[in-house]
Design a protein around this ligand. Structure first.
Ligand SMILES: Nc1ncnc2c1ncn2[C@@H]1O[C@H](COP(=O)(O)OP(=O)(O)OP(=O)(O)O)[C@@H](O)[C@H]1O
Ligand SMILES: [Mg+2]
Length: 375
């Protein structure tokens, strides 16, 4: 698609610089440029722009955006500001803009912004989930990978996975990814990033599922500080409808921060003898510090045999807490899929494992979240 851009930028020098970037960008033509938004509103219609880049730094509030939406009801509008401000970004998107772009931008960044936000709009109602396991080897990485694929397939929405299991994250192994940029680089750079540039740190698995890989070497884990990690997580909310975070087992600064920063914490344990239920109870006790833990914390057990309603009820009774999902013991399906770099839900869609993961995906999709209608 060819973009006919109308550029509205109050600062003269910036206007020149951005106009240059637009002309350089393949697939973009500069249809009109204005320094004064009132001129753009009055005269711009004759140029039939299909994309408006609107400076809102110099404007008071988002009133000006409303005027543009009224005069150009069928034109995608991307607002621009000099730095990334997540509240402003979500506010303009909720008001009807497709996204928020940090200026100045290069021709390439413009292309990426439009690819990311131009068609479907920037995400403002992301659902974020952390997967906590009391002791590790819980099946959570397997679950996250398959669940992400299922969510993407069912909804057609963008799904992001963040591998924050800093020392031994193996999401990249799971998907056969050779990561050049990982959570280490993303956290290092986050102060200078906006969602569009952060998008490049994620590696695509399909056109809907992307992974921010974990560290390549366990000793790098202390290169990821908590605050920037949380910024990466928060910024990802603008890129994906669903964000799934794999975290290190047990209570540690990373896992606690990820659980605090997400909407839902799944406690995951693999049935293996019986102690796990006790570990889950003890972990749950700690999460009870949250007033809303009953809504926010959900239990999942993997490798449940037989995987039926009676088993679920029995575990619920032992744990004294509702169980959100049980995943069957399907080692062959899981490992065969992993060996091929594909997902069990993909190669064996009829297996009991796939069915239970799809069922969990349905529950997640069914949860009510405020959804802003995309233009
Ligand atoms: N539903 C399942 N049935 C049988 N085996 C499974 C199932 N899910 C995972 N496994 C196997 O259990 C092992 C651990 O799984 P996985 O790596 O997903 O767990 P994890 O909690 O992420 O572990 P870690 O603590 O090492 O990160 C793997 O060998 C995996 O193939
Ligand atoms: Mg794991």
């Amino acid at each position: 698609m060819e973009y006919h851009v109308m550029l509205v930028e109050g600062n003269r020098l910036m206007l020149e610089q951005l106009a240059h970037a637009i002309k350089e960008a393949p697939g973009f033509t500069l249809a009109a440029r204005y320094q004064d938004p009132m001129d753009a509103l009055g005269q711009g219609v004759v140029f039939h722009p299909n994309l408006i880049l609107l400076d809102i730094d110099q404007q008071s509030g988002t009133g000006i955006l409303a005027d543009f939406l009224r005069v150009f009801p069928n034109t995608a509008i991307i607002c621009m500001g000099e730095r990334w401000q997540s509240e402003v970004a979500s506010h303009v998107v909720q008001s009807g803009a497709r996204g928020y772009l940090v200026k100045p931008f290069s021709a390439e960044e413009l292309r990426e912004a439009v690819d990311t936000f131009g068609k479907s709009g920037m995400e403002v109602s992301s659902h974020t989930m952390a997967f906590f396991s009391p002791k590790g080897k819980s099946g959570k990485t397997t679950l996250i990978a398959n669940l992400a694929m299922s969510l993407a397939q069912k909804t057609g929405e963008q799904v992001g996975i963040i591998d924050a299991d800093l020392q031994f994250g193996d999401m990249s192994v799971f998907f056969n990814l050779d990561a050049k940029s990982t959570i280490v680089e993303a956290s290092r750079d986050v102060d200078f990033l906006s969602p569009i540039s952060l998008n490049n740190y994620f590696l695509p698995v399909t056109d809907k599922v992307k992974v921010l890989c974990g560290t390549q070497n366990p000793s790098l884990n202390d290169k990821v500080e908590i605050e920037p990690f949380v910024s990466v997580l928060n910024m990802s909310k603008n890129l994906f409808r669903y964000v799934l975070v794999d975290i290190p087992a047990g209570f540690n600064p990373t896992s606690i921060a990820a659980c605090e920063a997400t909407d839902t914490t799944y406690l995951v344990a693999m049935i293996n003898g019986g102690y796990e239920i006790r570990h889950m109870q003890r972990a749950l006790e700690i999460f009870k510090d949250w007033e809303d833990y009953k809504e926010r914390v959900k239990a999942i057990y993997t490798r449940v045999t037989p995987c039926d309603i009676a088993a679920k009820l029995q575990i619920e009774e032992l744990m004294g807490y509702p169980v959100e999902a049980i995943i069957p013991n399907e080692y062959l399906v899981v490992s065969e899929a992993a060996d091929n770099g594909r997902m069990a839900t993909d190669i064996q869609p009829d297996s009991q494992l796939s069915r239970s993961i799809n069922k969990l995906a349905d529950k997640i999709i069914g949860h009510k979240h405020i959804r802003w209608d995309k233009p």
